[in-house]
Design a protein around this ligand. Structure first.
Ligand code: PMP
Length: 425
């Protein structure tokens, strides 16, 4: 049972791997938007393994294609010729914005952001990087160094040459301004930083389209256009991290499409493989063609993961998951705003598509992580797995499989309403 596994985990797993719940269950089975624990209890999964299972757990159409490849060829390393990862790269060039054309495959989100930053340095000859405060880009040394969300940063000494700009959080503005009167002061601060803190031409600026772990921070419309204008003046590449936002979650295949901006390099992972480890960064030929020194990631774009990713892209298209994400997201946020009227514990409600957050706050507006933890534990006991993020760990996070139905959303809203009513919140 769970207790025995928890004991074994304490003995054999490094302690940085913390549990989400104080009373965790052992998940043993998944099917689309549902999970089952070892007692046979069923859950509606509103977190999708943190934005990974966009096409649902054990999606039969995707699983069939994975199984067919598992029986054929699993790995030779891409120093030998196989077709799968080349087909996937062709497909990614077709579905990503603008002139993004050539891919490099790896296995995790951290490697994708690390690789993108490396490519930017190779292209520009400059290792200086601008990143956003409260952003998160990975667990490797450089990935952690550009992670502005300090609660996730383990290494006490980030690598040098990294500068942080204020993040575009309009609900808790780091510059104490109001949009649109601010005229994108947070974006303009990037230019000041370039002028005052760097050589004048940093190699890269990196940002998530929507900051996930920071608490679903959705930049205002026009933010990335202003950023891109500034970066172009200084020959600084725009790296967009779509690790958490990609693959139809926000109503577009990639969240940056909501801002009508084409990045110079784009990173993807998580939902690309729907649970199979695969990640990538993609760039225009102009940028990518400077990356000539031989070297590959051993498991990057292996045949099984590549077939999984091809199946994911087909499934998203055929089943119109982007449209469902848009519609269900609107339904969810409208419902949460209704709940906000009768439950003062709910502060800001925000999101795009099915990447949504609801702040839990005290009467004075301050963050209420302890209340959220208690509510999440109760909702889990009632059969709802919901996430949590935010700088103050007080944001209820919804990033479910994109196959959820209207009834699923009604069910989760009713459950939240009932729990908040019972707890007098
Ligand atoms: N970028 C973003 C935006 C992420 O959310 C994460 C993981 N939460 C990463 C990068 C790192 O991905 P991985 O855990 O696969 O290395």
């Amino acid at each position: 049972g769970p207790q025995a596994i928890i004991e074994k985990k304490k003995k054999y797993i490094m302690p940085c791997l913390a549990h989400f719940y104080s009373n965790p269950q052992q998940m043993v089975k998944g099917s689309m938007q549902y999970l089952w624990d070892s007692n046979g209890k069923k859950y509606l999964d509103m977190y999708a393994g943190v934005s990974v299972m966009n096409c649902g757990h054990c999606n039969p159409e995707i699983t069939a294609k994975i199984k067919a490849q598992v029986d054929k060829l699993q790995h030779v390393c891409n120093i030998y010729l196989t077709e799968n990862f080349v087909n996937l790269a062709e497909k990614l060039a077709a579905v990503t914005p603008g002139d993004l054309q050539k891919s490099f495959f790896c296995s995790t989100g951290s490697e994708a952001t690390e690789g993108a930053l490396l490519l930017a340095e190779v292209y520009s000859g400059n290792s200086e990087i601008i990143a956003l405060r409260q952003g998160l880009h990975g667990r490797t040394k450089l990935g952690m160094s550009v992670t502005g969300l300090t609660m996730w940063r383990t290494a006490p000494t980030p690598v040098g040459g990294i500068h942080f700009a204020p993040n575009p959080n309009c609900y808790r503005c780091p510059m104490n301004k109001k949009f649109p009167e601010c005229d994108y002061a947070c974006a303009n601060a990037i230019e000041d930083l370039i002028k005052t803190a760097t050589s004048g031409h940093p190699g890269a600026f990196i940002a998530e389209t929507i900051q996930g772990n920071a608490g679903c921070v959705v930049p205002p419309k026009g933010y990335f256009q202003r950023v891109k204008e500034i970066l172009e003046k200084y020959n600084t590449l725009l790296i967009i991290d779509e690790v958490q936002t990609g693959f139809a979650r926000t109503g577009k295949l990639f969240a940056i499409e909501n801002y009508d901006v084409v990045p110079d390099i784009m990173c993807m992972a998580k939902a690309l493989g729907n649970g199979t480890p695969i990640s990538a960064f993609i760039a225009s030929s102009k940028v990518a063609d400077t990356y000539t020194r031989p070297g590959a990631s051993t498991l990057g774009g292996n045949p099984v993961s590549s077939e999984a990713a091809l199946a994911v892209l087909d499934y998203i298209e055929e089943h119109k998951l982007a449209q469902n994400a848009m519609e269900r997201g609107e339904q969810l946020r409208a419902g949460l705003r209704e709940l906000q009227k009768k439950h003062p514990v709910i502060g800001d409600v925000r999101g795009l598509g099915l990447m949504d957050g609801a702040e839990f706050i005290h009467a004075d507006g301050s963050e209420a992580p302890e209340i959220l933890d208690d509510v999440l534990e109760t909702l889990k006991d009632r059969g709802f797995i919901i996430g949590k993020n935010g700088v103050g760990r007080n944001v209820m996070a919804f990033q479910p499989p994109l196959v959820i139905t209207k009834e699923n959303v009604d069910d989760v809203l009713n459950a939240i309403d009932m729990v908040l009513t019972e707890k007098n919140l």
